[in-house]
Design a protein around this ligand. Structure first.
Ligand SMILES: Cc1cc2nc3c(=O)[nH]c(=O)nc-3n(C[C@H](O)[C@H](O)[C@H](O)COP(=O)(O)OP(=O)(O)OC[C@H]3O[C@@H](n4cnc5c(N)ncnc54)[C@H](O)[C@@H]3O)c2cc1C
Ligand code: FES
Length: 505
C-alpha cells in the first residue's frame, strides 16, 4: 500500500487521463490557470483552449485521479434532491434553469466527444426513478407534477426490467446519458494539449492570490504560475476558509461493479427513492459480458465507519432487482459535496474578481462540472451567463436556513471531541492495519500501525480550520467530517479544502 493513496480503486482505474503530464518545473504564465484536473477543471480548460486562450492546469496528483476517477458517471439533468423540493426552495424559474443547464451540459459532452472523436462509450439513454420499497406512489406523483411544471421530458410508466418490478410505477426521463469518465477525460486532455494548453501533475497548489490585473497561483515547491484568471476546481475549494464551506456538507458514497451477461438489463439509468438512495447502470465490457455499476448508501463523512455493511446493503439491493448477477469486480468509495439548497456553487469566489470556484456538486458532479465550464467561460469572455444567479457562490437561500444550522452544528459538535477520551487508550493496543484516535496527555493523536509494524502518529487536528479527523478503515485514511478533507496515514492531504499535511508530533 502506498501510504499517500486512498485504498480502493474503481472500475476506471486502468485508464490514465494524461500519462505524459509532468510536474511544474519552472514558473509559468497563462491566461487562465485551472487548479484541479477532474471533470470540472479539464472541461473549463477545454472551453478556454477552444476560445484561443492560453491555459495551464495544475493537479496535486495524476491528471483525472480525484473524485472523477471514482464516479459512476450517470449524466443526468434530473435533480437528485427532487424537483418538487428544488421548486419549493428556489422557485419554478430557477428549477427550470437547473434542468436546462444540466441538459445543456449533457449536450455539450455529446458534441465534444463527437467533434474530438473521443471513444468514451457515450450513449443517450432513458433515466428511471422508482420507489424500490413499493410504497411511495404519492411522492412519485408529486415529482411528476413538479417536473412537468418546468418542462422536463418525463412520463409515468408501469413496469421496470427487474424481478418483482414488472408492475411497479416509475418516472421515465428522456435524453439522459452515460459514458466512461476516464476515457472522456483522456480525450479532453489530448485536445487541450493539442491547442497549446499545459497540464501539470504532482504539483500541490498552496495559495491563489488576486492582484489588480491578474492572479498568482503558488505551489508547495515554491514555483508559481501567473495569469489573468484562476479557476479553483478542486472539488472542495482550497482557497476558501469558511464562506462556501458553511453552505455545503461532505458525504461518503459507495459503489460496486459486477459482471453481467449482455442483454439481461436494458441500457439505462435507474435510481430509487429510498434514503439513502441506490442507483444502477450498465457499462460495456469485453465479449458477451458487461458491467453493472451499483451505487449509493451515502452517509455524512466521518459519521460512521461501516463500509462492509454499506457494501452488503448495496449487494442485497441489486440482487433483489437482478438475481442472476455475475461476479463482483470492484468496490470503492468517494465523496460528494451536498449544497444546502440543492445546486452547486459556480462563479466568482466570494470577495474576488478574478478567481472563480466550482463546488457543491452533489451526486451530479459530472454534469455540474460541465455546466461550470460553460458558465465560467461566458462570465469571463462574454461578461454574463443566464445561469449566474442559480449557481452564484455568494448566494443566501433563506429557506435553507435550517440545513445551514444543522451543517454548522456538525462543526460545533466536532470540536467537543477534543475533550473526549481516545478510541484506544494507548498506541500499543493498535493492531497491524488499524487506525484510531489516541489521547496522549492533552493531545489527540491520529495513529495508524502498518502491517510491517511501522507506527504513524500525526495530530488529529485537520489543517483546514482544526476539526477533529475520523478514521476511515475502508480507505485507510483520515476523514474530516466538517468540510471534507482527507489525509493519508502519513498525514499527506489527499482531498481539499486542506492543503497542508496533518502536523507531525
Ligand atoms: C462513488 C461516486 C459516484 C458518483 N456518481 C456520480 C454520477 O453517477 N453522476 C454524477 O454526475 N456524479 C457522480 N458523482 C460525483 C462526481 O463524480 C463528482 O462530483 C465529480 O467527479 C467531481 O469532479 P471535480 O472535477 O469537481 O473534482 P475531482 O475529480 O475530485 O477533481 C479535483 C482535483 O483537484 C485536485 N486538487 C485538490 N487539491 C489540490 C491542490 N491543493 N493543488 C492541486 N490540485 C488539487 C485533486 O487532486 C483532483 O484531481 C459520484 C461520486 C462518487 C464518489
Ligand atoms: S475540512 Fe474544514 S476543518 Fe477539516
Amino acid at each position: 500500500m502506498n501510504v499517500s493513496d486512498e485504498r480502493t480503486v474503481s472500475l476506471w482505474a486502468t485508464v490514465k487521463a494524461a500519462p505524459d503530464a509532468v510536474p511544474l518545473m519552472e514558473n509559468d504564465q497563462a491566461d487562465v490557470i485551472v487548479i484541479g484536473a477532474g471533470i470540472a477543471g479539464l472541461s473549463v480548460a477545454y472551453e478556454f483552449a477552444m476560445c484561443g486562450q492560453k491555459v495551464a492546469v495544475i493537479d496535486r496528483g495524476e491528471i483525472g485521479s480525484g473524485m472523477t476517477a471514482r464516479t459512476t458517471a450517470h449524466l443526468s439533468s434530473i435533480c437528485d434532491d427532487y424537483f418538487s423540493q428544488l421548486i419549493e426552495l428556489r422557485g419554478r424559474e430557477l428549477a427550470r434553469q437547473f434542468y436546462q443547464s444540466q441538459s445543456a451540459a449533457i449536450d455539450r459532452i455529446e458534441a465534444i466527444q463527437k467533434s474530438e472523436g473521443i471513444a468514451c462509450d457515450f450513449r443517450r439513454v432513458d433515466g428511471f426513478l422508482f420507489p424500490s420499497s413499493g410504497a411511495e406512489d404519492a411522492s412519485l406523483e408529486r415529482e411528476l407534477d413538479a417536473a412537468l411544471q418546468i418542462g422536463v421530458a418525463v412520463e409515468k410508466i408501469v413496469g421496470l426490467p427487474f424481478v418483482e418490478f414488472s408492475a411497479a410505477p416509475a418516472l421515465r426521463y428522456g435524453r439522459q446519458a452515460t459514458f466512461h469518465p476516464l476515457k472522456y477525460l483522456r480525450g479532453l486532455a489530448t485536445s487541450i494539449c493539442a491547442r497549446g494548453g499545459r497540464l501539470y501533475c504532482d504539483t500541490v497548489v498552496e495559495k491563489v492570490e488576486e492582484a489588480e490585473d491578474g492572479v498568482r497561483v503558488s505551489t508547495s515547491s515554491g514555483l508559481s504560475v501567473t495569469g489573468r484568471w484562476a479557476v479553483v476546481a478542486t472539488n472542495s475549494p482550497i482557497n476558501d476558509r469558511v464562506a462556501i464551506h458553511t453552505k455545503q456538507a461532505p458525504y461518503r458514497t459507495y459503489a460496486m461493479s459486477f459482471e453481467i451477461d449482455r442483454g439481461v438489463v436494458p441500457d439505462g439509468l435507474y435510481w430509487d427513492m429510498e434514503d439513502p438512495y441506490h442507483y444502477v447502470r450498465l457499462q460495456p465490457g469485453e465479449g458477451a459480458s458487461d458491467f453493472l455499476l451499483v451505487g449509493g448508501e451515502d452517509h455524512k463523512t466521518g459519521a460512521v465507519d461501516d463500509a462492509e455493511r454499506r457494501f452488503a446493503a448495496l449487494t442485497a439491493w441489486i440482487k433483489r432487482l437482478v438475481p442472476n448477477l455475475g461476479a463482483e469486480t470492484h468496490r470503492w468509495s468517494g465523496q460528494v459535496m451536498e449544497a444546502i439548497d440543492y445546486t452547486g456553487f459556480i462563479g466568482r469566489n466570494p470577495g474576488n474578481e478574478r478567481v472563480f470556484v466550482i463546488t457543491g456538486d452533489s451526486g451530479e458532479g459530472m454534469t455540474h462540472g460541465v455546466v461550470a465550464s460553460i458558465l465560467i467561460r461566458d462570465l469571463i469572455l462574454k461578461g454574463s451567463s443566464p445561469w449566474r444567479d442559480l449557481y452564484e457562490p455568494s448566494r443566501k437561500t433563506t429557506g435553507a436556513i435550517v440545513d445551514y444550522l444543522v451543517e454548522n452544528a456538525t462543526a460545533v459538535k466536532n470540536f467537543a471531541e477534543y475533550v473526549a477520551p481516545g478510541e484506544v487508550d494507548s498506541v500499543d493496543k493498535l493492531q497491524p492495519g488499524q487506525g484510531a484516535i489516541v489521547r496522549e496527555g492533552l493531545t489527540k493523536v491520529a495513529a495508524f500501525r502498518a502491517e510491517d509494524g511501522t507506527l504513524y502518529k500525526r495530530s488529529a487536528s485537520c489543517t483546514h480550520i482544526g476539526c477533529h479527523v475520523h478514521w476511515n478503515s475502508l480507505e485507510r485514511c483520515w476523514d474530516c467530517p466538517c468540510h471534507g478533507s482527507h489525509f493519508a496515514v502519513d498525514g499527506t492531504a489527499l482531498n481539499g479544502p486542506a492543503v497542508s499535511p496533518l502536523a507531525d508530533l
